[in-house]
Design a protein around this ligand. Structure first.
Ligand code: KG4
Ligand code: ZN
Length: 355
């Protein structure tokens, strides 16, 4: 297909774009103006559909996106008081994520861009998670170290500018959110695991179990690994295979202690790696986004660390932590830099692109 000629954008503050997000199990649309004011931010969660499977089922997610996408877009326009003809661009998250889920949002976005003859702007979901901090702050925040902690990602970035992010660390196995979800499953706390663990942990002793904090002491290694921690939780709850030691009965108290100790281990590792990154890259700002950034214990530990180091800490507000389309307001940066896509734009499901 031929790229659409980018129309001359008027420089009016009232210019608005529509952003679409469907990378995992939330169907979302938002209207954001040129000054990064979020005029609407609609999210249709599929949690109830996936709950009984203990995780996101990709095929179910794609089908739910299909039924939700147009009502969600309609609702976002209606709430913003904006008509289709008012839009100057369509932004869409096309990477990374579940391939079928991404395709639903991308197809809707392409159709709108084509029929309205306005530019299509690709958005990287993980960069958008960090940009949520910029959006909330209302002014420039870069350069900064960025941490994205979600169900699919645990990535550290050196963010030199709004469109200039370099991956400086990732997980070599599970993502932090995935570890929360799996630990919650082992403890019978339900899905999604993050909020469930946080709730159970509130009554527990975070020093009760000395769970692994992989790579924490290795300053040179800006990487994460949560699979050993997950196994430690499993063996503590159910017993170590081959061991004849009696496994203590799981009581609400023991569950709370395991949840609190698990949570503290993740918090220590995330906070420690942020501190090491800030020092290594000599940055004075830390931005944190993604679903796990909703965790209060993590927010508190990051705030204590930021105070100690005297750096500026920006954590995405709760509404912008879990998946949403407002954070795709990063598309304004791309649009202003002339970075639009042609209608043969594809999805890029792969987890991390080093740039
Ligand atoms: O960013 P997000 O909505 O979706 C992905 O892009 O993955 O993140 C979802 C993840 C889930 O693993 C969920 O358990 C975790 O974020 N999460 C939390 C909390 N709220 C959500 N983890 C820890 N504490 C929370 N309060
Ligand atoms: Zn996400």
């Amino acid at each position: 297909m031929q790229p659409l000629a980018a129309p001359q954008l008027s420089q009016q503050a009232t210019d608005v774009l529509l952003a679409i997000e469907s990378s995992c199990d939330e169907t979302a649309a938002a209207v954001i103006d040129r000054n990064l004011n979020v005029l609407s931010n609609v999210v249709a969660s599929q949690t109830s559909l996936h709950q009984r499977f203990g995780g996101v089922v990709p095929e179910i997610a794609s089908r739910a996106h299909l039924t939700q996408i147009l009502p969600v877009v309609d609702e976002a326009l209606r709430e913003a008081g904006v008509a289709l003809e008012d839009l100057v661009a369509i932004a869409v998250v096309n990477e990374p994520g579940l391939v079928g889920s991404l395709l639903v949002g991308l197809t809707a976005a392409k159709t709108l861009a084509m029929t309205l003859r306005i530019p299509l702007v690709p958005v990287d979901h993980i960069q958008a998670h960090i940009y949520a901090c910029r959006l909330a702050e209302g002014r420039e925040i870069f350069p900064a170290i960025g941490l994205v902690v979600s169900g699919g990602h645990t990535n550290l970035y050196d963010c030199r500018g709004p469109l200039d992010f370099e991956v400086i660390g990732t997980t070599i196995d599970d993502a932090a959110g995935e570890a929360f979800d799996k630990a919650a499953q082992v403890l019978g706390l339900g899905f999604p695991g993050g909020p469930a663990i946080e709730k159970a942990a509130a009554n527990g002793d975070r020093t009760a179990f000395d769970f692994p904090r992989t790579f924490l002491k290795d300053e040179q290694r800006l990487e994460f690994s949560f699979s050993g921690l997950k196994t430690a939780v499993l063996y503590t709850a159910n017993g170590t295979p081959g061991s004849h030691a009696e496994v203590p009965k799981m009581t609400p108290e023991r569950t709370a202690d395991i949840a609190a100790s698990f949570q503290q281990s993740v918090v220590d590792v995330l906070t420690g790696k942020c501190e090491q990154s800030l020092r290594r890259f000599d940055r004075k700002t830390l931005c944190v986004g993604g679903g796990v950034a909703a965790n209060r214990r993590l927010r508190q530990a990051l705030a204590e660390m930021a105070d100690r180091l005297g750096i500026r800490l920006l954590i995405a507000p709760l509404a912008y932590c879990t998946d949403n389309a407002a954070m795709a307001g990063i598309a304004w940066e791309s649009l202003n830099a002339g970075l639009t896509a042609s209608l043969d734009l594809d999805v890029v499901p792969g987890l991390v692109r080093r740039r």
